[in-house]
Design a protein around this ligand. Sequence first.
Ligand code: SF4
Ligand code: SF4
Length: 359
Amino acid sequence: MPIVSVQKSASYDEVLLDRVIAAHFEALRAADDLKPGMKVLLKPNLLTGRDPATAVTSHPAILRAIAKWLRAHGIEHITLADSPSGLYTPAALRKVYAACKLTELADVLTLSEDCSSREKNGFHLLTPVLEADYIIDVARLKTHGLTVMSAGVKNLFGCIPGLQKPEWHAKRPTLDGFSDMLVDLCETVKPDLTFIDAIDCMEGNGPGGGTVRHMGFTLCSRSPYAADEVGAQLMGLPLSMAPVIQAARRRGLSDGSVVLCGDELTPADPPFQLPDAIIGKEKLFTFNGLFHHFFGRKRAYPKLIPDRCIGCGKCAESCPEHIIQIVNRKAVIQRKGCISCFCCQEMCPARAIEAVRGR
Ligand code: SF4
Ligand code: SF4
């Protein structure tokens, strides 16, 4: 049965996080995995260039604590790599690193600027991912407008470079198909450890436009699926509403059996507020098993809030179906052809896209 280590972690204080990381890795006997000369990759969540206080991206204090623990255990080759949304170039990466306050980590790890990728199992993956001997998936617990929650498994989507990510939305336009693809990807990347930062999480219109919800926990497991199951529990999310967990269960990769160790988990009360793409304003959603019925019948679509739109074009750049145009410095979103992936909402820096239900 997979172990999920749970630690209460009230803040991003450096001394506290050093203790928390040591407790997680001790519980999972992570030191036994390490060998001199090993290349270790930290895969953070760098959705886009945002201040970590917004809970959109990984917190540098977490990454520093992990890197320090690795260095104290003789690992010197520590690389951080991720593919944010949009163009994947060294210049774009440097901007994201600066906005996410990751440049301050240069004394403990290398911020990758390698934008090459290679094919494995039908995926093009970042070269640093393929070259790593050991991968630590460092996710942040958030809601998500398509997959309902974003944690360990969903975080690995950033192993696919730049604008190839929207292409996967187009190739797998259904929620089940996309969730299956994420499990395929997870089985390809095979992270050795999955760490979930649930200190300051995101609820509402995650993963990019929600609000911060303090939970004060961190989770860690050798199983990304088990880590996600406990993450869902922490959010107060019924597992029937977590399509990636359901996809993993269908394939026998998880059956919900988990051994919790460390601190006692206190699930969110009330549960995390869900993205409006999931709930819908007409409150059709209920928690007693009707979700899929209504979600299937009344699909949500993106709608522009014109007063907020600044005409930046990030939604158009991320739309896998190429149905958004910028006209007179405002986004024009065509309904026809929309696959309701909500990449546009995810990427909008101005919270100018809402979800409306039905045609
Ligand atoms: S308009 Fe938005 S939700 Fe529709 S396909 Fe494009 S990115 Fe996805
Ligand atoms: S909707 Fe958002 S992402 Fe699209 S152009 Fe307007 S501000 Fe930019």
